[in-house]
Design a protein around this ligand. Structure first.
Ligand SMILES: NC(=O)c1ccc[n+]([C@@H]2O[C@H](COP(=O)([O-])OP(=O)(O)OC[C@H]3O[C@@H](n4cnc5c(N)ncnc54)[C@H](OP(=O)(O)O)[C@@H]3O)[C@@H](O)[C@H]2O)c1
Length: 354
């Protein structure tokens, strides 16, 4: 099968950093699906795994952690899918990735592809959707039915989607892949959404996705928030540099509020800054469930199914920003370079093999 791989970890300007390869087609066993990959998206995790280092792989290593495609065959313990089903998934970072014509993936972390989307539009979604959903609804505990998460009372049906009683969220990195889906999910939960965006195009994008306000992080964020009338927010979802925003987040979080981070820190974080406010900080890592084979791993498949239903109901839209074709080393190197610039709006997808 065709694939794009690496053996050496090189700067993306080096033509050998990602190369076209021919690899054996794998066969599924147990709960694995063999998927014929039709489209993939590129995430910052691809560039982080590929980052230059001394290590050399004995056999070609395939990256790629977002795919949409069709089930080709299934392992003997598979119950949820059959050959011919269209699926979308992020996969498992400990296994060969999606930048290959065929990929093995555990059925528990796979969703049925939204029926109203193309493969490219669907491939834009899984990794960032899993991250945003788990960040907002699992780690921050936001009531996704729109109820007041501070109350023990269950929301009534007619509160949806206007619940959460004016609670607010600051989304840092609003126009990126994770931010673009998180804005939509937070609006669905009835929150007031303030999203950071530094350029006219990213500001327009976050407003189009439903953000109530955009704020420019390159200026004084705390003053910008005060001018908007949001000196404090109930929730902060930081989809950017955790170290750089730590002090600002401690200032902006409301007493008893909650913060989620998805980017590992490089300096020690001063948790004391959150102590007097009894504020919570939580990590989200969307590979946790597959990496540790947690008992609730199948929730990721269910979650992707639920989002597919929201997409088909036109409640949520794809975050696809740009498509390159075909899936080959030249286009993947270009995509990695774009992601490394830190300026992508929405998602960058590659589609087709010729
Ligand atoms: N833990 C996890 O499970 C997980 C999952 C997914 C991603 N991540 C990590 O989360 C980060 C974001 O991922 P992504 O896919 O959303 O990235 P992305 O799509 O590459 O994000 C690009 C966006 O980041 C914004 N940005 C750049 N510098 C910024 C800054 N200093 N402050 C605020 N926003 C800034 C830009 O907005 P403007 O155009 O407005 O400047 C741009 O639109 C990456 O580091 C990624 O590795 C972690």
């Amino acid at each position: 099968m065709k694939a794009v791989a690496l053996t050496h970890y090189l700067p993306i300007s080096d033509p050998e950093s990602l190369f076209d390869a021919r690899l054996p087609k794998p066969s599924p066993t147990g709960r694995d699906l063999l998927v014929r990959v039709e489209a993939v998206s590129v995430n910052p995790v691809d560039t982080k795994v590929r980052a230059p280092k001394e290590k050399v792989e004995d056999t070609p290593k395939v990256l790629g952690y977002d795919a949409a495609g069709v089930v080709e065959s299934v392992g003997d313990a598979v119950t949820r899918f059959k050959p011919g089903d269209a699926v979308y998934y992020a996969g498992d970072i400990t296994r060969p990735g999606s930048n290959a014509e065929f990929q093995l993936v555990d059925e528990r972390i796979v969703g049925a592809m939204p029926q109203t989307l193309s493969f490219a539009e669907a491939a834009a979604l899984p990794l960032t959707t899993l991250t945003a959903w788990e960040a907002l609804f699992t780690r921050l505990g936001i009531n996704r039915a729109g109820g007041d998460s501070r109350s023990v009372r269950e929301p009534t049906r007619n509160e949806y989607p206007y619940g959460n009683r004016g609670q607010s969220i600051l989304i840092i990195g609003g126009a990126g892949g994770v931010g673009s889906i998180a804005i939509q999910l937070a609006k669905l939960a009835g929150l007031v959404v303030i999203a950071t965006a530094s350029r006219p195009q990213s500001q327009a994008w976050v407003r189009e996705l439903g953000a109530d306000h955009s704020v420019d992080y390159s200026d004084a964020l705390i003053e910008e928030m005060a001018q908007l009338g949001h000196r404090e927010v109930d929730f902060i979802a930081n989809f950017s540099d955790t170290d750089a925003y730590w002090g600002v987040m401690a200032e902006l979080i409301r007493p008893q509020g909650k913060i989620v981070g998805i980017v590992g820190n490089t300096d020690p974080l001063d948790l004391n800054l959150l102590k007097n406010k009894s504020a919570t900080f939580a990590w989200e890592f969307m590979f946790t469930r597959s990496m540790y084979q947690t008992a609730d791993m199948a929730d990721q498949g269910h979650l992707l199914n639920e989002v597919a239903a929201l997409i088909d109901a036109k409640t949520v839209r794809t975050t696809l920003g740009q498509t390159l074709s075909p899936i080959n080393a030249t286009n993947l190197r270009q995509a990695h370079a774009q992601i490394e610039s830190g300026r992508t709006i929405g998602k960058l997808v590659l589609e087709g093999w010729r």
